[in-house]
Design a protein around this ligand. Structure first.
Ligand code: G3P
Ligand code: CA
Length: 282
């Protein structure tokens, strides 16, 4: 039974697939994002990092060691180096309920959509080719290290895909958001592409933001679920300050229920299918 909705008359909570349907498929792979779209996710979350030769790739960690069979920092490797690595096999052999259980392990490892590094460009293509509207929430990782290059390359790509020039389409509403723990990164994106909404991610609630205010020009608050567990009144405060609230990473049923009761606008989750079912959307 869905918990009581604290948002009567407001749109349903948006479900954002964290690194794709990353409970079922290796995070940040095309397979994980295709599964998320199949599962009905409203949006896809991804982390982006810049390679040594200037490509934005969807990788969470600074190093590739956890999610591939290689070693080293993304920033020290070129796209061709990353293309040689297997980004899928660490996720298990299909014996678990991962949506690939009917395929033999060696078949899964041959599937390039499950094992290849994913560029942001390819992810933007996937979203552009989807047969329904699918939004994208892109997180810039460690942007300070690159003195603006991450954001510059990001805005370049978003412009190429038609996400930064609303004047050309009268019915346009943004389908891409940029998220960051760095207010400076959000500021850089806003300066170059004012129509792209920013999400300010927060791991802790600092005194500066406790009343619901965000850095100048940022419209959406992105608190971790732990913040809502300890400060449930934060959502109402952010709403009063005029901000939407997108919460990460919401996987447990109790947390989904809490988000629903508090009236958040979006949940970011590894399991979009199950969360949609719990919210009565699936
Ligand atoms: O969506 C925000 C959330 O992804 C931030 O944490 O570590 O999963 O990137 P992390
Ligand atoms: Ca992230």
């Amino acid at each position: 039974r869905p918990a009581q909705d604290a948002r009567p008359g407001r749109p349903a909570i948006s479900v954002i697939a964290h690194r794709g349907a990353s409970e079922d498929a290796p995070e940040h792979t095309l397979a994980a994002y295709r599964k998320a779209i199949e599962d009905g996710a409203d949006a896809l979350e991804c982390d982006v990092r810049l390679t040594a030769d200037g490509h934005l790739v969807c990788v969470h960690d600074r190093r590739v060691n956890r999610t591939s069979n290689g070693r080293g920092s993304v920033s020290a490797l070129e796209l061709a180096d990353l293309a040689m690595l297997d980004f899928g096999s660490w996720k298990g052999d299909g014996s678990a309920n991962d949506g690939f259980a009917n395929e033999a392990p060696d078949r899964q490892h041959e599937d390039p959509e499950r094992t290849s590094v994913l560029t942001l460009e390819r992810l933007l293509e996937l979203v552009a080719d989807a047969d329904r509207r699918v939004e994208l929430a892109i997180e810039t990782k460690h942007p300070t290290r690159w003195a603006g290059q991450v954001e510059e390359r990001l805005v370049e790509l978003l412009t190429r895909f038609g996400h930064t020039n609303p004047a050309m389409r009268p019915d346009w509403t943004p389908s891409v958001r940029v998220m960051s723990f760095s207010a400076r990164s959000l500021h850089r994106v806003r300066a170059a592409a004012p129509c792209i909404p920013g999400v300010y991610l927060m791991q802790f609630l600092t005194p500066r933001h406790r009343d619901g205010r965000l850095p100048p020009g940022v419209g959406i608050a992105g608190p971790g679920i732990r913040i809502l567990r300890s400060h449930p009144d934060y959502v109402a405060k952010a709403h009063r300050a005029g901000h939407r609230v997108h919460v990460w990473t919401v996987n447990d049923t109790a947390d989904v229920e809490l988000c629903q009761e508090l009236g958040v606008d979006a949940v970011i989750t590894n399991r979009p299918k199950q969360v949609r079912i719990q919210l009565g959307l699936g």
